[in-house]
Design a protein around this ligand. Structure first.
Ligand code: GLN
Length: 457
């Protein structure tokens, strides 16, 4: 922990951390040492890691990347944080992210950008950018992230690490600062599928008293299939029998050639290991963008109404009546992207527009989920790119939100359907920047996704 804290200071220019608390970290490390000395053993006992700053922590402030929550200290730990701590993991600090997890480049953080360690002039992806930077730059062996529409998978892809967004409900959302509640899901980001599996085993599991949308399924050991051949396959061709579906819509003209080349090279490795590749259709892929950018802002506008400058959050120093207090506090403390989403969300939920936008988007969401189920009737998992390009230059999309929204096309469908999705390193594209391969599985197939990812690592 001391070594990694020193690294965090030495590389503070990467913008990975928003908060450190050396005293708290060293106290947690001492407690883990005591458990080790008492003979306790466990894969995470004494392992330092760091948390995305949308997961609340007692020992560290939680800002959600926003001025609104600057200096906020939660009286409790998020369930996923508490579960990792119970396994003896030691918290190094809190990691940079886009404000309230709204963004794709970590360029929407109120505390400045995080930098991609492969090329510091480029974004690390987002919104879990700080998590990806910390792992890729070896500031932390692993980190938590959250994914509403791609925020674990896309930064993992841009920084050359592995990350998994579990099925919706696998990990409790208790203590996860809400963005879009029907989509938000926490998950691990690490160097390998094995490390992700170790973290997920601790993080996942029911928490029904605190998050009624958490799934009732009992905890699983997500490492159990790693290194195992696919059912019925031999050790020589360990993926014999695995059918990987490639959605035509993910391999079309919208994806950069360098990304497709890296993805196809990784897929041919899977073929060599015995897997069968087959073309499939996810015909409503394009509609995922408008559907998501209606549903997510709608939920965000409702969730963010709690920041009124009265109960908690920033309060304007000068104000007139109550309405003026709300207006000033929210105008001062929410950044431009958050304000844009609140406006969008309020509009699509308003009387007269609800049926035309919000209801329509929910119908499309249902159809997208059905398209996945048809696909899974003839393949075991789905593979494709995570994003249509490698990491872009910092600032390139900051003033053009629509171009950032469009780049989410391959991650949004699984989010809308609530399916698990994983990003693993697949090689390099233009500028020798990392490219990720995305694997999407059916509900609750995380152990299978990790098994298949592990075969390439
Ligand atoms: N880029 C998407 C958005 O801005 C996804 C973000 C996320 O998954 N938190 O909403």
């Amino acid at each position: 922990a001391q070594h990694l804290l020193a690294r965090a200071h030495a590389h503070s220019g990467l913008g990975a951390y928003l908060a450190l608390n050396e005293e708290a970290t060293l106290a947690q490390a001492a407690a883990a040492d005591a458990r080790l000395a008492a003979g306790e053993r466990g894969p995470l006992l004494g392992v330092p890691l760091a948390h995305k700053d949308v997961l609340v922590t007692r020992d560290f402030p939680t800002s959600a990347g926003s001025k609104m929550l600057q200096g906020y200290r939660s009286p409790f730990d998020a369930t996923v944080v508490a579960r990792l701590a119970a396994e003896g993991a030691v918290t190094l600090g809190k990691l940079n992210c886009d404000e309230f997890a709204m963004g794709s480049g970590n360029d929407q953080s109120a505390y400045g950008p995080a930098h991609n360690p492969w090329d510091v002039a480029r974004v690390p992806g987002g919104s879990s950018g700080g998590s990806a930077v910390a792992v890729a730059a070896r500031l932390a062996p692993a980190a938590t992230g959250t994914d509403t529409g791609g925020s674990i998978r896309q930064p993992a892809s841009f920084c050359g690490i592995t990350g998994i967004k579990p099925s919706y409900g696998r990990c409790s959302r208790y203590g996860l600062v809400a963005y879009a509640s029907s989509l938000d899901q926490a998950g691990p980001m690490a160097r390998s599928a094995l490390d992700c599996a170790l973290l997920l085993t601790a993080m996942a599991g029911p928490d029904l008293d605190r998050d009624s949308t958490s799934l009732e399924h009992p905890p699983e050991d997500y490492t159990r299939l790693l290194g195992q051949p696919w059912p019925g396959a031999s050790a020589a061709r360990p993926l014999q029998g695995l059918r990987i579906g490639l959605p035509r819509e993910f391999f079309g003209p919208g994806c950069d050639a360098d990304v497709l080349a890296a993805v196809r090279a990784a897929l041919s490795e899977y073929e060599r290991l015995g897997a069968t590749l087959l073309d499939i259709d996810l015909p409503r892929t394009e509609l995922a963008i408008p559907a998501y950018y209606i549903i997510a802002p709608a939920e965000a506008s409702s969730n963010l109404s709690r920041y009124d400058g009265v109960r908690y959050g920033h309060r304007a120093a000068e104000h007139g009546d109550l309405l003026d207090l709300y207006q000033r506090s929210r105008s001062e403390a929410f950044g431009p992207e958050v304000q844009r989403r609140i406006l969008l969300g309020t509009y699509v939920l308003s009387h007269g527009y609800y049926d035309a936008y919000y209801l329509k988007a929910q119908q499309i969401r249902r159809l997208i989920a059905q398209d996945f189920q048809s696909a899974f009737s003839h393949c075991d998992l789905i593979a494709g790119p995570v994003a249509p390009s490698v990491a872009w230059a910092i600032g390139a999309k900051t003033a053009d939100p629509l171009s950032a929204y469009l780049a989410d096309i391959y991650t949004l469908p699984a989010s809308l359907a609530g399916l698990p999705g994983l990003s693993l390193p697949a090689g390099f594209g233009a500028g020798r920047m990392p490219v990720g391969l995305q694997l999407i599985g059916n509900y609750l197939s995380e152990a299978r996704l990790l098994q298949v990812a592990h075969q390439l690592q």
